[in-house]
Design a protein around this ligand. Structure first.
Ligand code: GLN
Length: 506
């Protein structure tokens, strides 16, 4: 299909799927995008495309800054904010000829697992159960996932702090990739929890995700946590050494199955998808090994101490004076209508964000610091050590010197395969109807399998697979997300294994 026709179809889909609420700012049918796509089509015809995404429509999560469209973070506090600059990732995409396909809906500031905590209303998945009830799109990048699933864009950027790209991918049947922490620039990405925030990519297949990744995976001196060119080339030469370069190409993989992930709460359809994926990989000649990640059971609690702690600090600047929409406070005659900070923050933030601010402020307070924040940091270190103990490759950033000389851990595994989420998506009505709504803890539970890779900064991808002999409880029963996690820097291997499993029917 021609680039222009593809783009026109996406824009038409944005209009026809408006009820799904995937976009906060969608494209105007008469907008500039048409010219941009036409130019790209011409370049492609002449054999000089700028990149593999030249002329492709890429949706941007609305916590990533764009110069021409507002960046609201789905919050009342940034309701009218337009950034004076593009985030580095948006700059890279535009330089590569991609066209911004609009700004997608999210949980406010990225906090949530179902994209129901948005000032602009919840996102609905296009998936429904047999009673035609809409299912959760996952969160917090639910808008990006639904936009991809319903062909409203070619691919989308999301952010993944504890699973926000992978969970929506699993719930919508799309691919969601969270690269190693520090590979993609966070400059211009509104911070939720800096030490965990990672820009991720959603697409309908791994090939499109890789194409976007190749464009944005570049050093950015403006982001101090971004990997330096030196570290990048060190990782590259380590993984190009003969013991690793042949993985998948000629050497079968050693695949790890973390036993701690086989929890009793695992939904039977998810367990089936997991075991059939492993059986498939074994049939392809790879070997399967049980591994133990003993700190897994503490990871979720540690995450929900650390992420709110960083959030409460990050969000302190939205006070109506330095940043953010001002609500209440003194009027032009100097008459006070209450406290400016309280009004601004009370009205501007939604309930989930307020909960995180209070949680974070508590765990950072003098009385609680040692028991919560410091303990959680220790757990985070143990989670990282657990992963390092099972992988064949070493954490390339931790051990100085040339890795090419260090002996590989022969009993280690190349990759881990596990579920993305413990259960299929719940109904939206169950999440937003206050009479039957589940507690916040139930939403936090969805992140149990995604959070460990975030705490360790590892690359991970969620790919959809379908298992056939399901009890029919939804129109596409048996669709589940399988997660592949690799050692730090092993992003290419994660993508390759994703490619092997994506959209398999077992
Ligand atoms: N659901 C998790 C949270 O609410 C993860 C969010 C994310 O990755 N942005 O914090």
């Amino acid at each position: 299909m021609s680039l222009l026709r593809e783009a026109e179809r996406c824009v038409a889909n944005q209009k026809s799927h408006v009820a799904l609420n995937a976009f906060i700012t969608a494209l105007q049918p008469s907008g500039q995008w048409r010219e941009q796509v036409k130019n790209a089509a011409l370049r492609t015809k002449q054999g000089t495309p700028k990149s593999k995404v030249d002329g492709r429509l890429i949706a941007i999560k609305d916590n990533i800054c764009t110069r021409d469209l507002p960046t609201t973070c789905a919050s009342g506090i940034l309701e009218k904010f337009t950034s004076p600059f593009h985030a580095t990732v948006v700059e890279h995409l535009e330089d590569a000829g991609a066209v911004v396909a609009g700004k997608t809906n999210l949980d406010e500031f990225g906090m949530g697992s179902h994209t129901v905590h948005s000032r602009f209303g919840p996102v609905k998945s296009s998936r429904q159960d047999l009673d035609t009830e809409s299912l959760s799109a996952g969160g917090s990048s639910g808008g990006s996932a639904v936009a991809v699933a319903t062909d409203q864009c070619y691919a989308a950027l999301g952010t993944d702090t504890g699973g926000s790209v992978r969970l929506p991918a699993a719930f919508t049947g799309t691919i969601g990739f969270k690269p190693s922490y520090g590979l993609i620039s966070r400059w211009g990405v509104v911070a939720y929890a800096n030490s965990l925030d990672t820009v991720g990519i959603l697409g309908r297949n791994t090939a499109s995700v890789r194409d976007v990744f190749n464009v944005v995976n570049r050093h950015d001196p403006r982001d101090p946590t971004n990997l330096s060119p030196f570290s990048r080339s060190r990782i590259h030469s380590y993984l190009q050494s003969p013991s690793y370069a042949s993985r998948l190409a000629s050497t079968p993989l050693r695949i790890g199955v973390p036993t701690e992930y086989n929890i009793s709460e695992l939904h039977p359809s998810i367990r089936r998808a997991w075991s059939r994926s492993l059986a498939y990989m074994r049939k392809q000649g790879h070997s399967i090994h049980a591994v133990s990640l003993p700190t897994t059971k503490l990871a979720l609690s540690a995450y929900y101490v650390l992420a709110p702690a960083e959030a409460s600090s990050n969000l302190a600047k939205y006070d109506g004076v330095r940043y953010g929409t001002r609500y209440g406070g003194p009027d032009s005659d100097g008459q006070s209508e209450g406290n400016l900070y309280a009004n601004t923050r009370g009205y501007g933030f939604g309930s989930e964000v307020k909960r995180r601010i209070v949680l974070g402020a508590f765990s950072l307070s003098a009385d609680a610091m040692d028991n919560y924040f410091i303990q959680a940091q220790r757990v985070r270190r143990l989670v990282q050590l657990d992963f390092d103990a099972v992988f064949r490759t070493k954490q390339p950033l931790l051990s100085p010197g040339s890795h090419t000389e260090s002996a590989p851990n022969h009993t280690g595994v190349d990759i881990l395969i596990c579920p993305t989420a413990p259960s299929p998506p719940p109904r939206i009505s169950k999440l937003i109807n206050s009479d039957i709504a589940a507690s916040p803890l139930d939403a936090y539970m969805n992140d149990i399998f995604t959070v460990p890779a975030s705490l360790a900064g590892l690359p991970a991808i969620s790919v959809p697979v379908t298992v056939s002999d399901e009890h029919q409880d939804s129109s596409d029963a048996g669709l589940a997300g399988v997660q592949i996690v690799g050692q730090y820097g092993d992003d290419e291997l994660v993508l390759k294994v994703g490619e092997l499993l994506e959209s398999r029917k077992f």
